[in-house]
Design a protein around this ligand. Structure first.
Ligand code: SF4
Length: 357
């Protein structure tokens, strides 16, 4: 008797079926390639991540490692011809209905426009260039509310006022009619957060939300994000190069290097027992209170290779103090560690996930 052929599940069907009930976003084997004059550049190379309900997932790495491209892929903000359509799957569990693979949706179609902003919102790095200089901040918050909610202008203004209060803007009745250039950097970032929160998103992607701010304002913005997370039970994907911000905020951390996740762990494990040589290098290159006052910081040797000429085998091998012959020939696969994280390095393998160092 002939066997009935079952359809081969696509990546997204597989991802949807394997999604746990506490997962709100699951990225599987994401690849994003940019076309440049010097040839194709693979900015994101097989990234897999999972974000749980109410979790802060930190994504950390040097500039150009693919953090922002990963974040923008989730809300489909990358456009052709420079960025080719992302490959892989990004499955999101909406408030109502079945999980959906956002990469299968039309980029500017009705469904994607509903998810972008209403269910998944993004806070950008530089509030001065992200806000429109010719509209008042009130108008910019109201525009978001009027786009996604069935309310009139008076109600939208009342909600905008409430949001400005919620993000800690003083004298909101006056500030609502001001332009971005009349505000400080910290206030502009609070306005950006107010816009992102306008529709109570389930997922907040915060791309270097404090990088452009001085340290005292940075601390205020982080405290605000912590409050929002606990009050709204939102999930946050926190993109940053700052391990201090990660230590303050993140429940779990993905360390990225040259477009791939080289280590993933809960933040306690990552900070107490970093495994990947790149992660250890990041920790050695920042000042820590536990370090001896006189000990010198150790930068990671060399520079990130040109994206057009990624080294064979492990992409970190040209900077790695532990590089071995196998590292030149073969790219290490992810190995699951005893703490439930993953690490991509030949120092670790399935039979010895704790490694030889
Ligand atoms: Fe270093 Fe080799 Fe591990 Fe790459 S695989 S990080 S080169 S030891």
């Amino acid at each position: 008797m002939a066997c009935e052929m079952l359809p081969i599940p696509t990546a997204s069907e597989y991802t949807m079926n394997s999604m746990n009930s506490d997962e709100i976003l699951k990225i599987e084997a994401l690849h994003v390639t940019f076309s440049t004059e010097r040839g194709p550049v693979r900015a994101v190379n097989g990234v897999s991540l999972s974000l749980k309900r109410g979790e802060v997932l930190g994504v950390v790495g040097e500039s150009g490692c693919g953090k922002t491209v990963t974040g923008r892929s989730i809300i489909r903000l990358l456009s052709e011809p420079q960025a080719q359509t992302p490959q892989g799957s990004i499955v999101y569990r909406p408030r109502i209905g079945e999980p959906v693979d956002v990469l299968k949706l039309e980029q500017f179609g009705k469904e994607m426009c509903h998810l972008r902003g209403k269910e998944i919102a993004m806070i950008f790095q530089e509030p001065m260039t992200s806000l429109t200089p010719v509209y008042t901040v009130g108008k910019q918050i109201m525009e978001k509310i009027l786009t996604h909610a069935d309310v009139d202008k008076a109600e939208a203004r009342a909600q905008a006022l409430e949001l400005l209060k919620r993000v800690g803007i003083s004298a909101p009745e006056q500030r609502i009619d001001e332009y971005p250039h009349q505000m400080s950097g910290g206030m502009r970032q609070r306005v950006m957060i107010a816009i992102a929160l306008a529709c109570d998103p389930q997922v907040l992607i915060a791309d270097e939300p404090t990088t452009a701010l001085d340290v005292t304002v940075q601390a205020q913005i982080l405290a605000l994000m912590r409050d929002l997370k606990s009050n709204m039970n939102s999930s946050i994907l926190l993109i940053t190069h700052d391990l201090g911000v990660i230590g303050e905020m993140a429940d779990s951390v993905a360390v990225m290097y040259m477009g791939r996740v080289v280590e993933y762990a809960d933040s306690v494990t990552l900070f107490t027992k970093p495994r990947h040589p790149y992660t250890r290098g990041l920790f050695r290159s920042i000042p820590l209170l536990t370090k001896n006052e006189t000990s010198r910081l150790e930068p990671i040797a060399g520079t990130v290779p040109e994206p057009y000429a990624v080294p064979s085998g492990c992409p970190f091998r040209t900077r790695c103090p532990h590089a071995m012959p196998v590292c030149e020939k073969h790219d290490p696969p992810p190995v699951v560690t005893r703490d439930g994280g993953t690490v991509r390095c030949w120092l670790y393998n399935d039979t010895d996930p704790e490694g030889s160092t």
